[in-house]
Design a protein around this ligand. Structure first.
Ligand code: GLU
Length: 425
């Protein structure tokens, strides 16, 4: 097997990639005011906080966190919080910009934001993680509210972290404010279906793509999934449920492969018990780099940025790449894959199921009226399918790839909103 690896600085690269994608889309928006095009290159606000956390042994340690609001023309800014040692201001800027395009593309009334703390959450005890989360939430207080900015989970955070943020905010104002975050546990105002939403949306996009290209037998479609966190594990599970053959999955330590298809419910049970894929029995082992290059029909990169790059793109064997992660493909890799005829469904469309159901959660919280899972999934599919069709239509009309088409539609929507509102003062 050919393995090409290339080390990249994910965060700083990510922002360059976000701007490069923007520039590529801007070429198809020549009718827009140049000043507006320039405006949308900038994040509206960037907040950096340095704060202390007391460790369980009494030591005080300093941590750095960020929250970037890229744009708020369409409504409150929306986007996840990441706890990872790879977090940089540039990475958060890129992710915030992608959130603006994602929300605009699927036409939900939000701007884009992202936040993060430079920390490996696995090195903290549960009580230390709670103190870090609460202090970070307190530091963000001036720039979050249900009308201003609404965080959600991302890499390294989860519903429990959201619960601590909701509680910290609520204790400060003196009453419960469930709409301050989404991705909360259902017991405190979370939505049915939010946990599964991103992975499910990835598979909805995969099914739409396969249908478009005339693949009608799920059992003959081999699917490879990179990443087995919230997005990858739910994508693998839903794909398996629909009868697709999931042949490989991976976590940070590496992947497992069975060309005849993995028993995904069993893999999920194993991971729930052991916390990792390593040592899962009776399968071939592959590295994450090898996994991306396995023979398959569909590749679902659901891990993180910069996984498909100039060093490995020409070795990708999949015919379809559906991006569960944010920014998994570099623009150079896009060119290589497009030339090879690989069809890419871009992140801002393919992984938008998460923020779509976050929107439902926020609406339910504001109305204090909750929906059943069926209504959540039905509305998710309706919004996502409409965005998918519209993007495909734009791609065909302008004769461009799906990523550029998605960006063009999203940027136009935000630019139009700004133009209608006017430039203040
Ligand atoms: N972190 C997720 C994303 O990248 C979800 C954001 C949200 O629900 O606000 O789309």
């Amino acid at each position: 097997m050919v393995v090409a690896t290339q080390s990249v600085n994910h965060g700083d690269e990510a922002y360059k990639i976000a701007l490069e994608q923007y520039n590529r889309a801007a070429k198809y928006l020549v009718d827009l005011d140049d000043g507006l095009i320039e405006y949308l290159r900038y994040p509206r606000r960037e907040f950096t906080v340095n704060f202390p956390v007391r460790r369980d042994d009494g030591r005080i340690e300093m941590y750095t966190g960020y929250r970037v609001h890229h744009n708020t023309a369409m409504g409150p800014s929306k986007g996840g919080l990441r706890f990872s040692t790879a977090v940089t201001l540039d990475e958060v800027r890129a992710l915030a910009m992608w959130m603006t395009w994602k929300c605009a593309l699927v036409n939900i009334p939000y701007g884009g934001a992202k936040g993060g703390v430079v920390v490996d959450p696995k090195t903290l005890s549960p009580t230390e993680l709670e103190r870090l989360t609460r202090r970070y939430a307190a530091e963000l207080f001036p720039l979050m509210s249900p009308q201003m900015d609404v965080p959600a989970p991302d890499m390294g955070t989860n519903p429990q972290v959201m619960a601590w943020i909701m509680d910290t905010y609520s204790m400060t104002v003196g009453y419960s404010v469930p709409a301050i975050v989404t991705g909360k546990p259902i017991a405190i105002g979370g939505s049915e279906g939010r946990t599964e939403a991103t992975g499910r949306g990835v598979v909805v996009c995969m099914v739409a793509t396969l249908k478009h290209f005339g693949y009608n037998d799920p059992n003959s479609v081999r699917v490879v999934v990179q990443g087995f966190g919230n997005v990858g594990s739910h994508a693998a599970q839903y794909a398996h449920e629909l009868g697709f053959k999931v042949t490989a999955v991976s976590d940070v330590e590496g992947g497992i492969y069975n060309p005849n298809g993995l028993d995904i419910p069993d893999v999920l049970r194993y991971v729930r018990e052991k916390g990792r894929l390593r040592d899962y029995p009776n399968v071939d082992r592959v590295t994450n780099a090898e996994l991306l290059q396995l023979p398959c029909d569909v590749l679902l990169p659901c891990a993180m940025e910069n996984q498909i790059h100039v060093g490995n793109a020409s070795h990708i064997q999949a015919r379809f790449v559906i991006e569960g992660a944010n920014g998994p493909t570099t623009p150079e890799a896009d060119d290589i894959l497009n030339d090879k005829g690989v069809y890419i469904v871009p992140d801002i469309l393919a992984n938008s199921g998460g923020v779509i159901v976050s929107y439902f959660e926020w609406v339910q919280d504001l109305q204090a009226f909750f929906w059943g899972k069926e209504a959540v999934f039905e509305n998710l599919e309706r919004i996502l399918s409409a965005a998918y069709q519209a993007t495909q239509h734009t791609a065909e009309k302008l004769k461009i790839d799906m990523r550029t088409a998605a960006q063009v539609s999203a940027i136009r929507r935000v630019a139009d909103a700004i133009a209608i509102r006017g430039i203040y003062p």
